[in-house]
Design a protein around this ligand. Structure first.
Ligand code: NAD
Length: 492
């Protein structure tokens, strides 16, 4: 059956214990198309009781699910992969309508989500821990990984199709039950995703969906039936989630905001570097935690590189996400657009050189949308707000530096440590950068340093709170506890 892609949609629902129900909290908010300003639907927020019902359903399901053979546990994931691929275009359309990015970007993020489902299908191998015969005289030792109970994930607006899948497939494949609390700004993709989950064949109670905002999140953080919490979102909320969940004795991993630097050395292929840098800066309207924000260029090639960046940036078309020729879609809300405009104004006030001004962009036929054109600053300085604060808009700043030493110093002065990339033809420079850049994802001649699903997604400093990251092997360790069996059979 096709998913409903045509708004207006009915009110957004929770999914608990295998059935759909309305959140019972008193608050809620409209879900608005950022490209048109039209209301698509309304999401109600879940009360503590709704969270409790979801956790109870998970705990009830856990006993049997955790004892279900792992081979049987991954069968619904194979089915989910098939369903996600079958409905990828419908999901992408819903995603564009409530998020504002382009259709190609929406399809791309869903593909990255599906890759996590694929990796989690390998849990039977990944979950094995180790065995050593004769670890001590007549003693064999075996380490096993056991699921723990109910886990929750709280996710942001910017990748509503992908980020829930950084967690859900691994949580359930390892034998846990799972609760998702998606962003209240674009919750319909999560609902559609759960329509597919409902079809995929998980037993009731293994996976639930609860909608809501800060109060719902706090009910999750305080619920003693939840073993661990994954969070992805802004740094202040990541810090809050980390502290409150840990104080309540839970495992927690909390990924925060970012400010990503690119370094361009004089040996780099400047055309290639400009294309990759600009693509990364303006994809998804800059609303990506891996978006390039600040480019640090060796002085000898600074002017030449700036010209190439401007030519690339000027070629981008701003428009409605479902229209074919759109490169840059709408920003999530008018408030967020206003914040980015205010940061641009601060850059001008603080003395940066505004080389390309996207503030006057108009998109014909979409006058109600939250649009901003590509904006480029030259001569940015580390103390300016546009260099220190996360922008989350289509804005790029450039500055020149004397050499790689100074470039690495600029990168490492940032409070954030999500990603940084180097463009160079020098292996020696690349090696230094890999060793010295204090970030979790290091790119070399790569515009966006995004790890595939079978590697964990790094992050340091104010970009990450915790130790085990999302995706890959780290997820197995996050979702399981290791027990060691020490065995001796004196009569053998
Ligand atoms: P956000 O912090 O506003 O919201 C994230 C989640 O937290 C949502 O589910 C929201 O309901 C909840 N929340 C919001 N305020 C809360 C509060 N006061 N108390 C408790 N819960 C609260 O983030 P966002 O605007 O949705 O997403 C954008 C941010 O996410 C950016 O900072 C971006 O860099 C970051 N992000 C980081 C990564 C990463 O891997 N590091 C990936 C994607 C996005």
């Amino acid at each position: 059956m096709a998913l409903d892609t045509t708004p207006p949609w009915g009110d957004v629902r929770n999914y608990v214990d295998g059935s759909w129900r309305a959140p019972t909290g008193t608050d809620g908010q409209d879900v608005v198309d950022p490209g048109t300003g039209e209301t698509l639907t309304r999401v109600g927020f879940s009360a503590e009781e709704d969270v409790d019902a979801a956790v109870r359903a998970g705990r009830d399901a856990f006993d049997e699910w955790s004892r279900t053979p792992v081979e049987a546990r991954i069968q619904p994931l194979f089915e989910l992969k098939r369903l996600l691929e079958e409905h990828q275009d419908e999901l992408a359309e819903v995603l564009v309508r409530e998020h504002g990015k382009t259709l190609a970007e929406a399809r791309g993020e869903l593909r990255r989500g599906i890759e996590n489902v694929e990796v989690a299908c390998g849990i039977p191998s990944m979950m094995q821990a180790g065995h050593l015969p004769n670890a001590a005289p007549d003693i064999d030792e075996t380490a096993v990984r056991k699921p723990l109970g109910v886990f929750a994930a709280i996710t942001p607006f910017n990748f509503p199709g992908m980020i829930p899948l950084w967690f859900l497939p691994y949580a359930v494949a390892t034998g846990n039950a799972f609760v998702l609390k998606p962003s209240e700004r674009d919750p319909v993709v999560a609902e559609r995703l759960f329509e597919l989950i409902d079809e995929a064949g998980f037993p009731d109670g293994v996976v639930q969906l609860v909608h809501g905002s800060a109060d719902t999140v706090n009910a999750i953080l305080d619920h003693d039936g939840i073993e661990g919490v994954s969070f992805v979102g802004s740094t202040p909320v990541a810090r809050h989630v980390y502290e409150r969940a840990a104080a309540n004795g839970k495992r927690v991993q909390a990924q925060g905001g970012a400010k990503n630097h690119v370094v361009v050395t004089e040996t780099a292929d400047l055309d290639f570097a400009a294309k990759k840098t600009v693509s990364s800066a303006f994809a998804c309207g800059g609303e990506r935690c891996l978006a390039n924000d600040v480019v640090v260029v060796e002085a000898d090639v600074y002017d030449e590189f700036v010209d190439r960046v401007l030519a690339e940036a000027e070629s981008r078309t701003v428009g409605y996400g479902l229209d074919d020729d759109t490169d840059i879609g709408a920003l999530i809300t008018p408030d967020h657009e206003e914040r980015v405009r205010e940061l641009i104004a601060s850059g001008i006030d603080e003395g940066a050189d505004l080389l390309l001004d996207g503030r006057d962009v108009e998109v014909e036929g979409y006058e109600g949308g939250n649009f901003l054109g590509p904006t480029v600053f030259g001569d940015v300085e580390p103390e300016m707000r546009i260099v220190r604060e996360e922008m989350f808009g289509p804005v790029l700043g450039l500055r020149s530096v004397a050499d790689l030493d100074e470039a690495i110093d600029v990168v490492n002065r940032s409070d954030f440590g999500n990603a940084a990339s180097l463009f160079t033809a020098s292996g020696g420079d690349a090696r230094r950068f890999r060793h010295e850049a204090d970030v979790g994802n290091v790119g070399v001649n790569a515009g966006t340093a995004a790890p595939m699903a079978f590697f964990h997604f790094g992050g340091r400093k104010d970009s990450f709170f915790g130790d085990l990251h999302a995706q890959g092997d780290d997820m197995i360790r996050f979702y399981t506890d290791e027990t060691v069996y020490i065995e001796r059979w004196p009569d053998a």
